[in-house]
Design a protein around this ligand. Structure first.
Ligand code: GTP
Ligand code: MG
Length: 324
């Protein structure tokens, strides 16, 4: 990697913009331009007026922000090369991996959504273990960050899953950074701080947020709060997406969606209460309960994955293929 590219990669927040004084940065933040994204799409005139800075400074800041975010024309070959760098983490089920063209992708946010008991949390546990496997066994020899909003993380499950794979149990437990998020502000602050953790520890290859929506739903109930909730949630999701892209990490979020037995027509994946993660890029996988320990997974509107659904199983050892 050239020095220039490396330097750009180190610009992750507006505080890292080179040659911009703290006074100007404070002015930007006060004027509501607190992220590289908002700066990158600002007009120089607006920015200059809003922040009370010279037009030339505004132009320079916007250019730096665009460079840092790598917003520019790329050749198709560059895009192809970026795609080829995507790595995959096996889910533990060959059928499910097949549906995902190999597994959960780095540089991407993957959403598991479905009703209670559909296997979202079990998948989060399994992937936190599997990311640690060597590449030839479907992992990335990496570590996981597990953000738990519902208190449903079970270290006993991690032990069982690690044992089933013949891994050193303490080692596996040591490679999962766990944190309980107590409310939306805390959840957002954790992701703000993650930037530092993942840049210090490049072996982190997976970030789990289980569930991404529960605190938001509890704190912003009803239709009247929907707009504020969605805005706050979208910002949070974009931040997670950026972590995935910048640090080549797989991000997994879960979202409980009630089953609607009354709904035969229309899109059954439209969630009750209007919450939806539709506008955020990434891969969405719907999970459904089936007979016994069987679960059905379906990929929803992923541009590069074929449509289809598969069956997998939630077993004592973890996620596996369903027996015939
Ligand atoms: P919510 O968080 O309530 O929305 O559900 P979820 O989608 O996260 O479901 P979860 O992943 O927690 O799946 C629960 C199911 O996993 C249970 O119904 C069990 O079938 C299975 N499961 C959970 N723990 C174990 C375990 O220790 N052994 C086995 N064999 N199965 C388990
Ligand atoms: Mg769960």
């Amino acid at each position: 990697m050239s020095n220039e590219v490396e330097q750009k990669k180190n610009i992750k927040t507006i505080n890292d913009l080179p040659g911009i004084s703290q006074t100007v940065i404070n002015k930007l933040i006060e004027a509501g331009y607190s992220s590289l994204e908002t700066l990158a799409v600002a007009s120089p005139q607006d920015l200059s007026v809003a922040a009370g800075i010279p037009l030339s400074t505004a132009q320079k800041i916007i250019k730096e922000a665009r460079d840092a975010l790598d917003i520019r024309f790329k050749t198709a070959l560059e895009v192809k090369k970026e795609r080829m760098n995507v790595k995959k983490i096996s889910t533990g089920s060959q059928a499910l991996d097949g549906l995902l063209a190999g597994g959960i992708e780095t540089r991407t946010m993957t959403e598991f959504f479905g009703e209670f008991g559909s296997g979202k949390t079990q998948l989060c546990h399994q992937l936190s273990v599997n990311v640690q496997l060597p590449p030839e066994k479907g992992g990335l020899s990496g570590k996981a960050v597990y953000i738990d909003t519902e208190g449903t993380f079970r270290w006993e499950r991690i032990e069982n899953m690690a044992k089933a794979l013949g891994l050193d149990i303490d080692n596996v437990m040591n490679n999962i950074y766990y944190i309980r998020a107590i409310n939306t502000d805390h959840q957002i602050a954790i992701v703000d701080d993650l930037q530092e953790l993942v840049s210090k520890d490049p072996s982190i290859k997976l970030i789990v947020v289980d569930s991404v929506t529960s605190h938001f739903r509890a704190e912003y109930p009803g239709r009247e709060n929907l707009a504020v909730r969605q805005q706050k949630l979208n910002k949070h999701l974009h931040q997670l997406t950026r972590l995935a892209e910048v640090y080549d990490i797989a991000v997994i979020i879960t979202n409980q969606v009630m089953a609607r037995p009354d709904m035969f027509y229309g899109d059954p994946t439209v969630a009750v209460g209007g919450h939806t993660l539709y506008h955020v890029p990434g891969i969405r996988i719907q999970l459904k309960k089936s007979r016994g320990n069987r679960r059905i997974a379906r990929v929803v509107d992923a541009p590069h994955l074929p449509e289809g659904e598969v069956v997998f199983a939630l077993t004592e050892e973890g996620i596996r293929d369903a027996e015939e």
